[in-house]
Ligand binder design. Structure first.
Ligand code: 0A1
Ligand code: ZN
Length: 881
């Protein structure tokens, strides 16, 4: 494990390498404990580099057994191994030279899952961000692009499948029960995109004919017996390939595209050139074992990794500070893909829910950082929702500001100008400036200033002048290292809704720039005045969530209801319902904390039930409308001095009130939304299931009876309905016999299916209340728990810490103390997993003082531990700052 050295990497220190890597030849002789890696790399000195500059290669926990220069062993005084680097002196000034490094690895002992490791007997690699240096000494940085040839030698019996990037150029026997395969990737690439897989795997095959008529072989490798569960992923892959051609004009560039599903993986998936490696959770699906959410995630992640082939691989990042160049852009591309495959409005609602529940808290807490950070201690800690999701929103805003056509021209220019290169955010933005002839300097602050802007809004209608004024004021809150912010360019989609429900025609405007339906807020405060507005309109602002901001705009219930019923933007209708719900919840929390019973505004409940029963609205939208703001949304709204128990009870009380008032509507929806047709994972069918399951939740509240949930559980013919019914039982009737039986039946039925058992753990980990911690602890003792598998750890401990606010942030601090112990233990095996779990405490300062004190103690305990990984040390330090 790498431990803290105090080293900070800064963008300002970026320097190109002194040598240029041309090609690299890798030979792997695979063995669980003694894998020999021979890396032959051809370098030449960069023109202009100092003639005496040494070659400095990166390494991490390597055992080097031989080092050659042009085939001859290097004398001991010509090189130095510093622990992190191999430094070689006296290299030629002008001619190219070859360095051969031989290292010995023990993949079976690699529990960090970075570099070469074993997952369920399969050899696989993970090199992003800095895993390649755990395989051999190398320029392990994204601006060092080389052409790779890879030879793999392994046992025929245990490794019939041997894969690497590019195309297979040879395969043959190698004596003594072994065989070898050679792979060549013609596209120069950085080391983080290198991949190798070897093992005994089944395969699903298909083909795709590209827009220029080339046939590409498609292969998805999975554990034997799981092949049928890869069919949906294959379908999603073909749709992604087609979409990228249609929408972005991007064609695939090798003869073969492979995906391998492994069961031990730190993240979701990885875009290695031509050989994507996936957490099997994002490949395997069938109706019996996967929920609609699983199907949607698989579609999105398959697309995401495939889209990286252009945004990430063909054009990569100059350095890791530019991570959002590939990630923000690729998330934007996968969001657009899913929006085209499904309902755009519903997709947008789910994106915004996710952004608000993950990225907004990050931006409001001690881990806040700009989309393009300028310093880091551990890059693994920057694969964040700020870089990914806020990065995507920034790309979306460029499209909003420039318009669809100009945005497309900018993307085309980006692909043309930077293909085959390592680029920066400045390069990216410049392409849009060049095609639009606009200065995006102020806009670029979105990349550099952290924190969620708060826009305060007030409006005034002058009936005599028929003028409507909108006054806006923006504040970007201070964040760690950035006390003062400059005003941002905030593009706000908007509309003015007249009392008759129609949209006002926009005639003239003063006070700022308005282009079609976008109002451009660029000053700290600005008043836009619209002329010729015949009656007092309601302002619908930030339609489609065109900017990732918080809005402070107090509308009356009548005005919000006007938006909720009439807005032509479905997203805005959902947003209005959400804005109506929040004060109901905060009011209930206030009442509860004073010892009073909460009461709710019947007008809100009526508006919600009207949406629920409105057959003109698609079922998926209605289900979203009925899904109240989460406990974490509520905590964010309250801001400081949060009591998670009161938040939980407030939310449950509102669910109960809605359930009772809308009992008939829900009973009707539960019936009408059911289907006897065979399961289909498409968005429309999923929407019906979502609405029916939402109805089940409300009914079970209204009736305070587990019977209907239990019946649904018994009859369910798909995982969406089955797991929802089990969730209702486990969360609302945790002590009932029905629940105990259902949990046991579920576990028995899916004993051999780890991904489904993860759901079983997650459902129990989110049962709210003070017993949750004991439940989690006893589940850890269960033989079904497996501390070595990241998915299982995340399902139980991660779900508990991130998604069970009342259980985790228990008043006596026991939840925090538990997490601290888990983080310290996991850190000894898998620092990335440990540091991610620790980020569950990122909002600790928002808690009431007693809980916050316990949280601080748990963080301090971690921070005072002598042997921490760089990953965990970095997070613990930042959280305590
Ligand atoms: N580039 C991947 C994410 C990723 C990052 C680091 C990893 O290391 C364990 C793995 C995957 C993506 O955006 O999908
Ligand atoms: Zn990505």
């Amino acid at each position: 494990m790498r431990t803290e050295t105090g080293q900070v990497f800064t963008l300002a220190d970026y320097k190109p390498t002194d040598f240029i890597l041309e090609r690299i030849d890798l030979t792997f002789e695979l063995h669980p404990l003694e894998t020999k890696v021979t890396a032959r790399s051809l370098f030449h000195r960069r023109p202009g580099a100092a003639t005496d500059a040494p070659l400095i290669l990166d390494g991490d926990e390597l055992v080097m057994t031989s080092l050659l220069l042009d085939g001859i062993e290097l004398a001991r005084d010509r090189y130095e191994e510093t622990g992190r680097h191999l430094v070689i002196d006296g290299l030629p000034e002008e001619i190219a030279f070859e360095i051969t490094v031989e290292t010995m690895l023990a993949p079976a002992n690699n529990t960090q899952l970075m570099g070469l490791y074993r997952s369920n007997g399969v050899y696989c690699t993970q090199c992003e961000a800095e895993g390649f240096r755990r395989i051999t000494y190398a320029y392990d940085r994204p601006d060092a692009l080389g052409v790779y040839t890879v030879h793999i030698i392994a046992d025929k019996a245990t490794c019939p499948v041997m894969l690497s990037n590019g195309n297979c150029i040879g395969k043959a026997g190698y004596g003594e029960g072994k065989h070898f395969a050679s792979w060549f990737d013609p596209h120069p690439k950085p080391s983080y995109l290198f991949a190798l897989v070897a093992g005994d795997l089944g395969v699903v095959e298909d083909t795709f004919t590209t827009m220029s008529g080339r046939e590409v072989a498609l292969k998805i490798y999975v554990e034997h017996g799981k092949e049928p569960r890869a069919a949906y992923a294959m379908d999603a892959l073909k749709r992604s390939m087609h979409w990228d051609e249609e929408v972005f004009g991007r064609e695939y560039d090798l003869d073969i595209f492979m995906i391998v599903a492994v069961s031990d993986f730190n993240m979701g998936a990885m875009e290695n050139k031509g050989l994507n490696i996936f957490n099997d959770k994002y490949v395997l699906a069938d109706p019996e074992t996967a929920t609609d959410a699983d199907f949607a995630n698989i579609e999105a992640i398959i697309a995401h990794e495939y889209f990286h082939n252009w945004t990430g691989n063909r054009i990569t990042c100059r350095d890791w500070f530019q991570l959002c160049l590939k990630e923000g852009l690729t998330v934007y591309r996968d969001h657009e893909f899913s929006a085209d495959q499904r309902s755009r409005a519903v997709k947008r609602i789910t994106e915004v829910r996710h952004l608000k529940s993950e990225q907004f808290p990050e931006d409001a807490g001690p881990l806040a950082h700009p989309v393009r950070p300028t310093r880091y201690k551990e890059i693994n800690n920057f694969y964040t929702s700020t870089v990914y999701e806020k990065g995507s929103e920034v790309t979306r805003m460029i499209a909003t500001i420039l318009g669809r056509e100009t945005f497309k021209q900018g993307m085309d220019l980006y692909f043309e100008r930077h293909d085959g290169k390592a680029a920066t955010i400045e390069d990216f933005v410049k392409c849009f400036e060049d095609v639009s002839e606009r200065d995006l300097g102020q806009f670029s602050r979105w990349y550099h200033q952290a924190g969620t802007p708060l826009v305060s809004v007030s409006t005034e209608y002058d009936a005599d002048q028929q003028e409507f004024s909108v006054s806006l004021e923006q504040i970007v809150p201070p964040t760690p290292g950035q006390a003062r912010k400059e005003p941002m360019h905030i593009p706000l989609k908007f509309g003015l809704i007249l009392p008759n429900g129609n949209e006002a025609e926009l005639d003239g405007v003063t006070g700022g720039d308005v282009t079609e339906d976008v109002l451009h807020l660029t000053e700290r405060s600005q008043t836009f005045t619209f002329t010729n507005i015949p009656a007092r309109p309601v302002l619908s602002l930030n339609r489609g969530f065109s900017a990732p901001i918080n809005v402070d705009y107090t509308l009356t219930t009548e005005d919000l209801t006007q938006i909720a019923v009439h807005d032509r933007d479905l997203f805005a209708r959902w947003q209005a319902l959400n804005s109506l719900a929040l004060p109901e919840l905060t009011g209930a929390v206030k009442a509860l904390r004073k010892g009073d019973a909460p009461t709710f505004n019947p007008a809100f409940i009526a508006a919600l039930l009207a949406a629920a029963a409105d057959e003109d609205l698609e079922p998926a939208f209605r289900a979203q409308a009925l899904a109240l703001p989460s406990e974490s949304d509520l905590a964010r709204e309250i801001g400081a001095n949060n009591d998670p128990d009161a938040n939980l009870v407030a939310r449950l009380s509102l669910l109960n009130a809605i359930g009772l008032t809308g009992r008939k509507i829900f009973a009707n929806l539960f019936e009408t939304m059911s289907s006897s047709a065979p399961f289909k994972p498409d968005a429309a069918s999923a929407g019906k299931r979502a609405l029916r399951n939402t109805a089940l939740t409300y009914l079970s509240f209204a009736d305070n009876d587990p019977t209907l949930a239990r019946e649904t559980f018994d009859k369910a013919d798909n995982m969406t309905d089955l797991s929802h019914a089990l969730t209702v039982l486990a969360h609302h009737y945790p002590d009932s016999a029905e629940t105990a039986e259902a949990l046991e039946a579920f576990a028995k039925r899916f004993e051999g299916n780890p991904l489904v058992l993860d759901k079983w753990f997650a459902i129990q980990a989110t049962t709210p209340g003070p017993d949750a911690l004991d439940r989690v602890k006893s589940l850890m003792e269960s033989p079904r728990f497996n501390a070595g598998n990241p998915n299982r750890v995340r399902a139980l401990i991660g779900t508990f810490a991130f998604s069970n606010l009342s259980g985790f942030a228990r008043a006596d601090g026991a939840g925090f103390a538990f997490l601290a112990d888990q983080v310290l233990d996991i850190d000894t095996r898998n620092p990335q997993l440990a540091s991610r779990l620790l980020t569950s405490m990122r909002s600790w300062r928002m808690l009431e003082p007693q809980r916050a004190e316990y949280a601080k103690r748990a963080l301090a305990k971690i921070d005072s531990s002598a042997s921490l990984s760089v990953d965990v040390r970095d997070i613990a330090e930042r959280m305590l700052q």
